[in-house]
Design a protein. Structure first.
Length: 118
């Protein structure tokens, strides 16, 4: 069974790249476009510019882990593509998470989260 939250069709990618909004950060580029659904559809990409398959897979894993940490704070109803940049190689998850959060804030996708003090 296929997950409904994963972007797969070429037409969806073309639509997002063509008419969507993009924001570049130091380690990732975020493309997004509003959809008519009640959930977000996501794709994580790393081109051969990032490196060999080991580096590309690690870049995708880092982005997925970082997205998982902030996905509850994101607005719903968007198609989102995260593209890794060459600079993502050799980083820790916290650095990638900060970059993804910054990109999401710049697009207005990230909801304001109040930090609880003890």
């Amino acid at each position: 069974m296929l997950k409904k939250t994963v972007l797969r069709k070429k037409s969806d990618f073309d639509s997002i790249y063509g008419t969507g909004k993009s924001v570049g950060e130091r380690y990732v580029v975020l493309f997004l476009k509003k959809n008519e659904l009640q959930y977000n559809r996501i794709a994580f990409l790393a081109s051969k510019k990032v490196g060999k398959s080991v580096e590309r897979n690690r870049a995708r894993r880092l982005m997925k882990e970082s997205y998982g940490a902030i996905k509850d704070n994101l607005a719903k109803g968007y198609d989102i593509i995260f593209v890794a940049r060459k600079t993502i190689c050799g980083l820790k998850c916290d650095d990638v998470k900060k970059s993804i959060e910054a990109a999401a804030k710049r697009t207005g996708l990230l909801k304001k989260v109040e930090k609880v003090k003890f």
